[in-house]
Ligand binder design. Sequence first.
Ligand SMILES: [Zn+2]
Ligand SMILES: [Zn+2]
Length: 336
Amino acid sequence: MPTLRVLGYAAKAVGQPLVPFEYEPPELGENDVRVSITHCGVCHTDIHAIDNYYGITDYPFVPGHEIVGDVSAVGPAVSGLKEGDRVGIGWQGRSCMQCEWCLKGEEQLCMDIVPSGTWVPYGGFSFSVVVDSRFAYPLPRAMPSQVAAVLMCAGITVYSPLREYLTESAPKVAIVGVGGLGHLAIQFAHALGWEVAALSSSPEKKEQALAFGADRFIETNNQASLRQFDYGFDLLMCTASGGMNWEALLMTLKKKGRLVLLGFPDVTLNSTDLVAHQLSITGSFLGNRATMREMLAFAQDQGIAPELELMPMSHVNKAIKRVKENKARYRIVLVN
Ligand SMILES: [Zn+2]
Ligand SMILES: [Zn+2]
């Protein structure tokens, strides 16, 4: 009997364009579901991983971790999902379920996080993927699949710290970067009750930032206007990938304020203000399962949706090129 094979798009070596790639479908573990992919968003980390920026990429590498599709097979121990159910899947496709972090419900910090990525063995730029059913999230019925796809990584990445660091009285956040992550962060922050400033080096993004819900727009290259906000924010959320003047940005934090990094920018700074103002710098990675479910319901309830472009899955290299050239507004979703 011929084995059914899966078609995906893989990088065969560092930095190579993706090529059609056929592979044996991974075996279904007892808690696993197989999902027939309809949509997959393109995230910056897909592109970094093609280039082996994190040093963890195995080739052939099928990227893609903003996945929406329909369950096509369920393992014997799966509960709560059945064939035909529409689900969303993010970067994390499984976890060990027994380390200290998993037991605390912080699965995104699982000690086995690298082998738990959805791209192990093969990710969402494909027709099918196998993940642990506990990381396949049923979607609100009325939520369009392309919207859900982007929320599975970009959405949870911004929602999780905005929720965690939300304070009771008049919290003020500055969101650095109005791109794939930033434009969603503005929407979520506004809906959660933060007073929101959007910071960008591109003045042409002002009107859209305000339309997404920002209360003000600050041009980061204009030091005079930036300095008007010294000691202004409780939280500075950096969604941009580099080229920041960190010391100038840290000046806008209130004493004891917090800078949270969402991408993987290089950070170099003089530590004087960090120490003297008792500031914190922290990272935030994905979100746990409870927060993922909460984020999906909140986004649906508040009408939060990414701006996106749809492209056929077969145009994956074109999509990657647009993201690399910073031309995507603001996210591209590939459709099978
Ligand atoms: Zn991502
Ligand atoms: Zn674990």
